[in-house]
Design a protein around this ligand. Structure first.
Ligand code: BGC
Length: 776
């Protein structure tokens, strides 16, 4: 058991919870289950429940509740009277301490408040959005960064992060793709674990450590058509094999809390879903922290149509396993009568309160309730090198064509001294940080223009800047200046992409191309004939087919954070070689979505057919489009380097394994897969070596390949290294028809390479005893 998981099962903590629980009035207990934001200035007393109680005989008349119009409560009064358990997004030590003093000094039992915030990629010093960070394939880096964020935020009294978001996202139309690790369960689980270790450390009560809230449980990322808050519908096998492993990894790592999602899953809203919250999370996984609803999600059960009134929504949520009501204003108003009428058993409330208190004790809040140390109010200089490194590791070099001189455009040759920097994201501090950017100050952010200007000054180069257009504009008024700048330069750096608010919550897009008239600007600039490096700032994969035809180099830089400009400059000039790999497939057309590499096979795979051509005789009746190839433009795992890497000698340690051995031991690795990786280029560089597996012949279709291991290795020119991956039950098992993990007597192929298109393979079989004895 992970130490922070053990803390939530500590008998001393349970004894303290018992002693406190027994003294609590019903009102105080319910108070622990209520969470509000910072509305302490409000003169209004706690408001009554919203007017959403329809005539239960006429369900059609049910009112739809607007999540934005939440009720106003006097949180200060609630805190002072022990009727508030936690608060969200209360920023600043002065603010959190004010509330905390009310709770600790004035309330009868002095139970401290828990302050939570959406710190998902930094508090004051911002690192790349989580999707970008996932491109680093560097969980150790994630541990360090998350811990840094916890240290910064706890100086402001925040001890609970609504992070990590571990929702698998196979459809970039979903704006929240930016908040997670992308489309792959193996990478996502590694990242989930890293965030938990970084936030919580090995002892939740140590200063600087914060409790994590893993969100959004569950399968929120599978919202139909990528539309925010939309329905999710999937088989239990897919749920368990693709979506749940990330939450499970976080729980196993000791996550203290979980946030229930907005979406429904197979018809049952996640925030009133006993299968998810009780069966899977608590009974199967043994989770003993608490579950907080997403913002007003308890209220939204009425909009989902499964609760006719606030009372029913409350009853369904709490009995399913939602312990804390974030902002719905339902638990405090509805629970008293639900308990007195016996519709919600007192034990259910006691258990929910127990879980909340357990986390409060484990985090050391009773001993240290206030903001700690000197409050961090701006980006921390000592943290800049770390967030810069994170940004550098997150960049993915998608394309790097050779120019007429035979050399690829990147890294920029020192001979190209005159640079034209063009685009709406070239000098835009506010847009460098992406969604949920903590409590950062724009003035702390280094833009690309600032960093390139510094570089030009140091190296005697020349920099001309032209904005060209707005992020989402239609005016071409700035085009002429941009074209002039390009014409006078040796090379153009085009900084294009999305604004921060185009991804993140409620940031679904139906189009995935460059917004506004950026594509026209790109074509106008490229028409000058000058070599163009295209930098894409975005919170998701975009459709870059059109752009790729006009420029030599494309680098995806996501939203890099506080050190954006410096990190990009270091990579452009080759001080650092890019090493990021795509955590999500980049499509050719939005109509391909959802597009992900680990898809299931079909009965009509178009193997050997040139899909770039419209179907003709013999090429039509396959699983294909008639107007676009099936493949991604840039696939999962893809990412170029300034060096090059070769793969050889892909081998497995055994070509057959008896099934008895496989099923008897679920811990020890069964096969070792190895490969020789060589740096075949002329500079030291880092490669993310990836190991993929396919399982053929099982009782359930298995993906065409699945990532089952990765390693970052750094090699000098000409250097080779043997890498190995250990494959055991965890990597080789799958969920059967009973939704149980198993291995059958089947054939496995293993690929090791630098992307999901790796083509060097080795094979082995899991065999039945009869096959081993030679009886067929
Ligand atoms: C989001 C959550 C977030 C919460 C609190 C919700 O709208 O879905 O991800 O943690 O608000 O800000």
């Amino acid at each position: 058991m992970h130490p922070s998981n053990a803390q939530l099962a500590d008998p001393d903590i349970e004894a303290r919870v018992d002693r406190l629980l027994i003294q609590m009035t019903l009102e105080e207990k319910i108070g622990q289950l209520v969470q509000y934001n910072d509305t302490g200035d409000s003169p209004a007393a706690a408001a009554p429940a919203p007017e959403v109680q329809p005539d239960t005989k006429k369900p059609d008349a049910m009112a739809v509740v607007n999540p934005v119009a939440s009720n106003h409560v006097d949180a200060m009064q609630l805190a002072a009277t022990g009727r508030l358990g936690s608060m969200l997004n209360t920023i600043g030590a002065e603010r959190t301490d004010t509330y905390q003093h009310l709770a600790v000094d004035q309330s009868r039992l002095h139970i401290p408040l828990l302050f939570g915030a959406d710190v998902i990629h930094g508090f004051r010093t911002i690192y790349p959005v989580p999707l970008g960070l996932a491109a680093s394939f560097d969980p150790d880096l994630v541990v360090t960064l998350s811990h840094m964020a916890g240290e910064e935020a706890s100086t402001a009294g925040i001890r609970w992060f609504y992070s990590p978001m571990v929702d698998i996202s196979r459809d970039p139309r979903w704006g929240r793709s930016t908040e997670g690790a992308g489309e792959d369960p193996y990478l996502g689980a590694a990242m989930a674990k890293a965030y938990i270790h970084g936030y919580q450390g090995d002892d939740l009560s140590k200063p600087g450590n914060v409790a994590a809230s893993v969100k959004h449980f569950a399968a929120y990322g599978a919202a139909e058509a990528g539309r925010e808050y939309n329905t999710t519908d999937m088989s239990e096998i897919t749920l368990r094999q693709v979506y749940l492993p990330l939450y499970k990894a976080a729980v196993d790592a000791g996550a203290a809390t979980i946030m229930s999602a907005f979406n429904s899953l197979n018809g049952v809203p996640a925030s009133a879903n006993p299968f998810l919250l009780s069966k899977v999370l608590r009974r199967e996984w043994g989770f003993n922290g608490f579950v907080v609803s997403d913002y007003t999600a308890v209220m939204e059960l009425m909009n989902h149509g499964i609760a006719l009134d606030a009372a029913a929504a409350t009853r369904k949520a709490i009995t399913a396993g939602v312990d804390v009501d974030m902002m719905a204003h339902f638990y405090d108003t509805q629970l008293p009568s639900l308990i007195s009428s016996g519709q919600v058993p007192m034990e259910v409330v006691d258990e929910a309160v127990r879980r909340v208190l357990r986390v409060k004790f484990a985090t050391g809040l009773f001993e240290r309730p206030y903001a700690e140390g000197i409050e961090v109010k701006a980006a921390v200089d000592a943290h800049r090198p770390l967030v810069r490194k994170a940004a550098e590791e997150s960049f993915v070099l998608l394309q790097n064509d050779k120019l007429t001189d035979g050399a690829p455009l990147l890294p920029l040759s020192p001979a190209r001294t005159k640079i034209a920097l063009i685009g709406p994201l070239a000098d835009n501090a506010a847009e460098m940080v992406g969604a949920w950017s903590g409590a950062h100050n724009d003035s702390d952010v280094i833009t690309l223009r600032q960093a390139l200007a510094d570089h030009a000054q140091k190296t005697g180069g020349a920099l001309v800047y032209a904005k060209g257009t707005e992020i989402d504009g239609s005016s071409q008024a700035g085009f002429a200046e941009a074209i002039d700048a390009a014409q006078a330069a040796d090379v153009v750096i085009l900084a294009l992409g999305e604004s921060s608010s185009m991804s993140g919550e409620a940031g679904s897009r139906a189009h995935l191309d460059l917004p506004g008239n950026q594509q026209q600007l790109l074509e106008a600039v490229a028409a000058t004939g000058k070599p163009v490096v295209l930098l894409i700032f975005s919170g998701r994969p975009l459709v870059l087919d059109g752009a790729a035809q006009h420029v030599a180099a494309i680098m995806e830089v996501w939203f890099p954070g506080t050190e954006a400009g410096n990190a990009i400059t270091n990579v452009l000039f080759g001080d650092v070689s890019p090493s990021g790999k795509l955590p999500m497939s980049f499509p050719r057309a939005v109509g391909q979505e959802p597009l992900y590499y680990n898809q299931l096979p079909t009965g009509r795979p178009p193997t050997g057919i040139d899909l770039s051509k419209p179907p003709g005789d013999g090429t039509r009746f396959f699983s294909r489009y008639i107007d676009v190839p099936n493949s991604a433009l840039f696939p999962f795992g893809h990412g170029l380097s300034y060096s090059s890497f070769g793969y050889s000698n892909v081998k497995v340690s055994k070509t057959s394994i008896p099934i008895g051995q496989v099923l008897a031991d679920r811990i020890t690795p069964l096969v070792e897969a190895t490969a020789t990786v060589s740096n075949t280029g002329d500079r030291t560089a880092t490669e993310v070596v990836q190991c993929y597996v396919r399982n053929l012949g099982a009782s359930i279709e298995q993906p065409v390949r699945s990532l089952k291991g990765f390693q970052r290795i750094t090699l000098a020119p000409g250097q080779s290294k043997q890498v190995s991956f250990h494959l055991g039950f965890r990597e080789l098992s799958f969920f059967n028809l009973e939704a149980k993990p198993t291995i059958e007597a089947t054939h496995y192929t293993v690929w090791i390479g630098g992307s999901s298109l790796a083509d060097q393979e080795a094979n082995f079989d899991v065999l039945l005893p009869s096959a081993i004895a030679g009886v067929h």
